[in-house]
Design a protein around this ligand. Sequence first.
Ligand SMILES: Nc1ncnc2c1ncn2[C@@H]1O[C@H](COP(=O)(O)OP(=O)(O)OP(=O)(O)O)[C@@H](O)[C@H]1O
Length: 327
Amino acid sequence: MIEVKRLCKEFRITKQQKGVFSYLFHNQWETKKAVDDISFGIRQGEIVGYLGPNGAGKSTTIKMLTGILAPTSGEISVNGLIPHKKRKEHARNIGVVFGQRSQLWWELPVIDSLNLLKSIYKVPQQAYQRNLELFHEVLGLGEFINQPVRQLSLGQRMRADFAASLVHSPPVLFLDEPTIGLDLIAKEKIREFITAINREEKVTVILTTHDLGDVEKLCTRTVVIDQGKIIYDGNLERMRASLGRYRTLVVKIKGNGFHFTMPNVVLTKENGPQKWLKFDKDEVSPSGIIAKLMKQYEIQDLTVEEPELEGIIKQIYQGDAEKTAEI
Ligand SMILES: Nc1ncnc2c1ncn2[C@@H]1O[C@H](COP(=O)(O)OP(=O)(O)OP(=O)(O)O)[C@@H](O)[C@H]1O
């Protein structure tokens, strides 16, 4: 479905001049290699996590795969097309969802945006109707389909954006931080939807995310990029080893005195009402700990701390996953 060979993208950027009179001199340029000789292939129906720290080259790669940017060198083929050379045809093959930006018309009710996209992509009525039914079923669009986009919650807006990106039944879907800013329940809904369209429509999904929950729940394969180069391409197992078994539940309780004990759960830090409980996720679930806590204490706030992606990437570099996984 996707073939990338020796792909490079360079940007020309101005070099910072030093000194008070720097503005008197001509600008000097330097070349920044945002994507540096990468190759990979993605088969139809795969869900691939394209991961890396900030500035690694993820967006630049996605922009080339979607045809927004032309490569400096190398080759790309998506469903048989060269994206930047066949932009119009390519647009029919892909759907794109940006967690940070919406492609919907702000003032229009969701259904009007979907109808407009149907006309733009010339989607036959029958196929459109079928898609609307799917969106109702798995995205619960019915709740807010007649509301203007500006009135939607972030979770609803994301669900509407997913529908908009899939109106024309594209075989490939690019997702850029699709769960950013969402609460746990909204995240779960989005993840379930991605799994459903991948299973039912065989949509190939390329996902960039900093949320390791997305990676664990969705991806069968991860490609990790750092400083423009691919440093890991494989199944989740090695990533999993780096993720380790331990997580920390941070809980804020009301009242004094905290004498909580539970097998496989250790209190590692306290700051007034806030407590850090490290637990072995293979032995005990966060919901199990929360249920026990709630019997004894009034909980005011809680979060689960996931390991940082940056740390995991470092571990992959070092090839030393097991040792560091034990914290
Ligand atoms: N239009 C541009 N002009 C100059 N440099 C750019 C441009 N776009 C990206 N870069 C540089 O290329 C490198 C890769 O950027 P890119 O946006 O692809 O990273 P990213 O992995 O998507 O990061 P993030 O997770 O922060 O979005 C960075 O050093 C960035 O500053």
